[in-house]
Design a binder for this molecule. Structure first.
Ligand SMILES: [Zn+2]
Length: 107
């Protein structure tokens, strides 16, 4: 009975808690055609660890290829670096640019 309750709690928490903590939303705009694309980065499964050298902190790295589905199909490449607590440290983008959520929603 106690164990079942624990499992249920865990399941509920993992579902409701996934919105803010383990998913990072990326909003980009294609340089070529201007299409705005929203991409999801799963912070639990899309990141690979990079061990720091000497005194450097370990970081997480993620490369994401984003392809729009409306116009030109050109891939946009985004490379992201996160710190140990999975906060974004740096990002590089090729083929497009990062836009804010507000810009993405606005039309
Ligand atoms: Zn495009």
């Amino acid at each position: 009975m106690g164990l079942l309750k624990k499992i249920t709690d865990f399941f509920t928490t993992s579902v409701t808690g996934s919105g803010g903590t383990s998913v990072y939303w990326l909003y980009v705009q294609c340089d070529h055609c201007g299409e705005k694309i929203k991409a999801r980065v799963n912070l639990n499964s899309d990141l690979s660890i990079r061990y720091g050298e000497k005194n450097e902190e370990d970081t997480y790295f993620c490369r994401k290829m984003i392809i729009g589905n409306e116009r030109c199909y050109r891939p946009i490449e985004v490379e992201m670096t996160f710190d140990r607590s999975k906060k974004l440290l740096d990002r590089q983008i090729k083929g497009g640019r990062i836009i804010s959520e507000e810009t993405f929603v606005a039309e």
